[in-house]
Design a protein around this ligand. Structure first.
Ligand code: AHR
Length: 489
């Protein structure tokens, strides 16, 4: 059977926010210490930041970075991480059972963000922390008047306010694993009180409520309750997901087709969240939409590796990254931020050793999407070959999304071929093109990984393509992620 991909530039789904290509860095394992920050590495600059990691992250072009957790934040005391390093206390840390040295904190993070060209997004402690601590942190960061907290920031060497725009209130409060796990009613109350004082401290901030991380039968009901009690103060509702080719994270253990079919679950999570947010916004006569922030997403197997959460990703995980990004693009109307969890070492596209790093398979689709997805998301029609699994029938082999940047006259089509065979497709572009290029993420087989010994098994190849007016015929390689970048006339 042949495949058809039909683009109509008028069928727009909504503007794609660049913030969907955000990242997330947590005080966990070797993400901060040994990852972003490693004064003992030969790659460290004078401030201890790893320049090789910064260079690799720059390629991912992440516009926003969430920090400092994650589960970690529910026991975090921000004051421990500011001021002279020699005076900063080390603390036992209960989320990941570590000792937190606090030699990297708010100001080091903001410096790192400035170096990277990304915007900081801070999450406050709504676990064992209180609203005073949260509003103090906000004033320390963003305050401009001559208050004690602003003077403290200045004394720490930061005359100008950090101007942190995005603030999350708590992390995964719906999870029993969380310090300060809450019922929706309890969280709505906490959230409202935190939000009030934070907005009074700086009315310009955008606040993110912790929505769904436990995708159980009552997940939607919890969001409904949260909205009922706190909607007026919510700018973004956060949802989290992690997927994997195993029985815990996916439909079944090590089954490629079932793994690729997780697109259905991702779709379900997005549709369910959109549905309850829209219904509640209307019912409450909110007069605006609450945006979705998928502020943690990735592949995560929870393997028992020695270093915490240091997953080694293979090619099929790169395909899964493409599938997740395609879903975010297709839901551009409601998803206004997303954060790859995480950025270095911990479930991350980059793995470091003191003397170097390796770019994992999932690095490449993220890099390409972040580079080419621009402008508006398009509602693409596509049909053709299908596959089935015990859970699903009639799934399209090619998973497709597209964006159009009218000002640059560039169309980008994102295709994951979730089959072990090549698939030919005819693309009708809906408008005349002057040229096209294909960028293909692939490797020898779906289990191929990049390691320090063999760092390039999975990578990107670029080829020029012939376009016939408004039609392009292209054969998608087996098990590949392809970005077709089309220059329009
Ligand atoms: O990203 C790793 C962990 O996953 C985060 O700390 C937590 O929010 C989630 O459960």
């Amino acid at each position: 059977m042949s495949n058809t991909i039909a683009i109509d530039p008028l069928r727009t789904l909504g503007r794609l926010e660049r913030n969907v290509f955000g990242g997330f860095a947590e005080h966990l394992g070797r993400c901060i210490y040994g990852g972003l920050y490693d004064p003992n590495s030969p790659h460290a600059d004078a401030s201890g930041l790893r320049t090789d990691v910064l260079d690799a992250l720059k390629r991912l072009n992440m516009p926003v970075m969430r920090y400092p957790g994650g589960n970690f934040v529910s026991g975090y005391r921000w004051r421990d991480g500011v001021g002279p390093k020699a005076e900063r206390p080390a603390r036992t840390e209960l989320a990941w059972h570590d000792v937190e040295p606090n030699t990297f904190g708010t100001n080091e993070f903001v410096d790192f963000c400035r170096r990277l060209g990304t915007e900081p997004y801070l999450v406050v402690n709504a676990g064992d922390g209180d609203m005073r601590e949260a509003r103090d942190w906000l004033e320390y960061c963003n305050g401009t008047q001559d208050t004690a907290l602003v003077k403290l920031r200045r004394a720490h060497g930061y005359e100008a306010p950090h101007g942190v725009r995005y603030w999350g209130i708590g992390n995964e409060v719906d999870g029993p694993w969380q310090i300060g796990y809450k019922t929706p009613e309890e969280y709505a109350r906490t959230y409202t009180e935190f939000a009030k004082v934070m907005k009074w401290t700086d009315p310009s901030v955008k606040l993110v409520a912790s929505g769904i991380s436990a995708w159980d039968a009552s997940a939607v009901e919890r969001v409904k309750l949260l909205m009922e009690h706190a909607a007026a103060h919510i700018d973004y509702l956060a949802i989290h997901w992690y997927v994997g080719n195993d029985a815990q994270r996916g439909y079944r253990d090590d089954d490629f087709a079932s793994y690729m079919a997780l697109s259905e679950r991702i779709e379900d999570m997005l549709v369910a969240t959109e549905g309850v947010l829209r219904a509640m916004s209307r019912a409450l006569r909110l007069g605006r939409e609450v945006a979705i922030a998928v502020d943690e997403w990735n592949v995560w197997y929870r393997t028992g590796n020695e270093e915490k959460l240091e997953e080694v990703y293979n090619l099929e995980d790169a395909l899964m990254t493409g599938i997740q990004l395609n879903a975010l693009i297709r839901h551009a109307r409601s998803v206004k931020m997303a954060n790859l969890a995480q950025v270095v070492n911990v479930i991350a596209p980059i793995l470091t050793r003191p003397d170097g790093l390796v770019l994992q398979s999932i690095f490449y689709p993220f890099e390409l999407y972040s580079r080419f997805a621009r402008g508006v998301a398009l509602d693409v029609y596509w049909a053709g070959d299908t596959f089935s699994t015990p859970e699903h029938t009639g799934l399209r082999v090619l998973d497709v999304a597209a964006t159009l940047d009218e000002s640059a006259k560039e169309l980008a089509v994102f295709v994951v071929n979730r089959s072990l065979e090549a698939r030919e497709a005819t693309l009708s572009l809906g408008t005349r093109a002057s040229g096209a290029k294909a960028f293909v993420v692939n490797g020898p087989d779906i289990k191929a990984t990049n390691t320090f010994e063999a760092p390039d098994r999975v990578g990107v190849r670029e080829t020029g393509l012939e376009v016939d007016g408004d039609t392009l015929t292209y054969t998608f390689e087996p098990h590949s992620v392809t970005v077709l970048s089309v220059a329009l006339e």
